[in-house]
Design a protein around this ligand. Structure first.
Ligand code: FAD
Ligand code: 2HG
Ligand code: ZN
Length: 499
């Protein structure tokens, strides 16, 4: 085991990859590829455009060069919107929605457009409502840890500001330099530290949301405890823009950890991965803040695509284990006991551990950039599933057999500590043959194990036909009733979540 030293300096990895990303191929129109019948919505005309101009101003709307708003990050879906609106206040959002509701014009709310389920771009000709100009940080209270901001605030910007007050946003993900807090809340994004901080249903204290009829619903709160009836904020956490547009968020930040360590370990088998996870929980206890899995295929893809230097290679599985505590010496002692135990039993074959910020970043890049590297490996089918831990990796092996030569690569990685696997299948291009080979098989498989067909990315457009694999007919019916109540004309993000 090497300690704190042998990581080579990393090459220049693109920081803001989403913004810098250039589409190398334009996908077929979603309406055509997926045979979608346009809903019974109004069609945008000159009078509508003039009205929107009177609300947001000419400089805050776009009618040309809309590809970046019509195509998703994965280049899996493409809408045909003719208008993007960029309001800069809740009142403007409210006026837009009220008008659209009366005219039955469909809207697609859009944050950083980093979503992975085709929810963030239009399916047909919906107007794109971009939250990008609602980006103010409103308040950070260093005593209580509560931060409030507008929905279009970029996650990384909020986190950097929180750190100035000794706090951290309890959410971290590979898309942090592009995704918005509003998008995170609307997808109930999970990310790299759910194991430590739980999900956003716990840490989001309040939201402001604009309903389809333009009503501003103020559910902002500065308190952890508030048992005054139904907690409506939860409806907007994870509803993917189908029930309202989130315009403000109040979130409980955590104290910045005083000591952090990251280990990257080579592991001989998946059985040993599970043993290491159990031991990490036992030996590291409350300081364990992340436990991620990367298989050989995933690591190979991020390393070769971004020309990264991995401290170890040649193992079938890698685990990234992070601790966040308050006393570096004590934490390191615990970590060493955990590592010694694993090495002695042959469950850990090699690895590195570091507490140096720059080296921890290098290790995290190996994991965080897997998703982007795979998206560049060809057409990428991404599945984000919760599975019982004992069965966690089996589907990767089954899928390898199943797709055979049709795929470039089949690999699995993800948030092992939360039972959340990212199964990715890349192939030279989208073909109906591989699509049919993979779906609905992957959902049936997941459902048989009583897993979730969407652990953290949401349902969006791409998974809407598969909701039934994770939700009962009665639950889906209640979701429909909820949608009907809040958005009777169905103008908010149509064709998404419910079909
Ligand atoms: P968008 O992609 O723009 O939108 C996502 C959905 O939310 C859409 O349905 C959209 O209509 C809706 N929406 C957006 N803003 C609002 C709003 N203000 N009001 C109402 N509805 C809104 N996700 C994870 O959970 N965990 C990860 O670890 C993770 N890692 C990622 C890594 C990479 C490299 C990439 C590209 C994506 C990753 N994602 C991850 C997926 C994605 O980043 C998250 O879903 C993120 O929360 C989306 O935020 P966004 O601002 O980009 O939203
Ligand atoms: C991650 O954990 C993201 O890296 C993306 O959730 C997963 O692209 C994916 O499959
Ligand atoms: Zn993830």
């Amino acid at each position: 085991m090497s300690a704190n030293g042998f990581l080579k300096p990393c090459s220049n990895v693109v920081k803001s990859f989403c913004r810098a990303y250039k589409a190398s191929g334009i996908p077929e129109l979603t309406q055509v590829r997926h045979n979608v019948k346009r809903g019974n919505y109004g069609t945008l005309d000159g009078k509508d455009v003039a009205f929107f101009e009177s609300i947001v101003g000419r400089n805050h709307m776009l009618q040309e060069d809309l590809q970046g708003y019509n195509v998703d990050f994965l280049r899996a879906v493409r809408g045909n919107s003719q208008l993007v609106l960029k309001p800069n206040s809740s009142e403007q959002v409210s006026a837009i929605l009220k008008y659209c509701n009366e005219r039955k014009l469909a809207i697609c709310p859009q944050g950083g457009n980093t979503g992975l389920v085709g929810g963030s771009v239009p399916v047909c000709d919906e107007i794109v409502l971009s939250l990008t100009h609602l980006d103010k940080i409103l308040h950070i209270d260093e005593i209580t840890g509560i931060a409030s901001c507008e929905a279009g605030c970029i996650l990384e910007n909020l986190d950097l500001k929180a750190r100035e007050s000794g706090l951290v946003v309890p959410l971290d993900l590979g898309a942090k330099s592009s995704c918005h807090i509003g998008g995170n809340v609307s997808t109930n994004a999970g990310g790299l530290r759910v194991l430590r901080y739980g999900n956003l249903h716990g840490s989001v204290l309040g939201v402001e949301a604009i309903l389809a009829n333009g009503e501003i619903l103020d559910l902002m709160s500065d308190f952890k405890k508030d048992n005054t009836g139904y907690h409506l904020k939860h409806l907007f956490i994870g509803s993917e823009g189908t029930l309202g547009v989130v315009t403000k968020v109040s979130i409980l930040c955590a104290p910045q950890p005083q000591a952090q360590h990251v280990a990257f370990l080579g592991v001989p088998s998946f059985d040993d991965v599970l043993k290491n996870f159990r031991n990490a929980r036992q030996f590291l206890g409350e300081i364990l803040s992340s436990c991620e899995l990367v298989d050989a295929g995933s690591l190979d893809c991020s390393v070769s695509h971004f020309k990264l230097n991995s401290p170890i290679e040649g193992y079938p599985f890698y685990m990234l284990i992070e601790t966040s505590g308050s006393n570096a010496e004590h934490d390191m002692e615990k970590f060493n006991r955990f590592l010694e135990n694993g090495i002695e039993k042959g469950q850990i074959l090699d690895g590195t551990i570091t507490g140096e910020v720059s080296k921890m970043r290098e290790i995290w890049k190996l994991r965080e950039l897997v998703s982007v590297a795979l998206a560049e490996d060809g057409f990428c089918f991404k599945y984000d599933i919760s599975l019982p831990l004992r069965e966690f990796y089996h589907i990767v092996e089954v899928m390898k057999e199943r797709v055979g030569h049709l795929a470039n690569r089949v690999c699995g990685y993800g948030h092992l500590g939360d039972s959340n696997l990212h199964l990715n299948i890349t192939c030279p291009e989208f073909t109906p043959e591989i699509y049919k080979c993979v779906e609905p098989f992957v959902y049936e498989f997941t459902s048989q194990l009583k897993g979730s067909i969407s652990a953290e990315h949401g349902i969006g457009f791409l998974k809407r036909n598969y909701l039934k694999y994770s939700k009962s007919p009665a639950a889906i019916e209640k979701m429909r009733e909820m949608k009907q109540l809040l958005d009777p004309n169905g103008i908010l993000n149509p064709y998404k979540v419910l079909n």
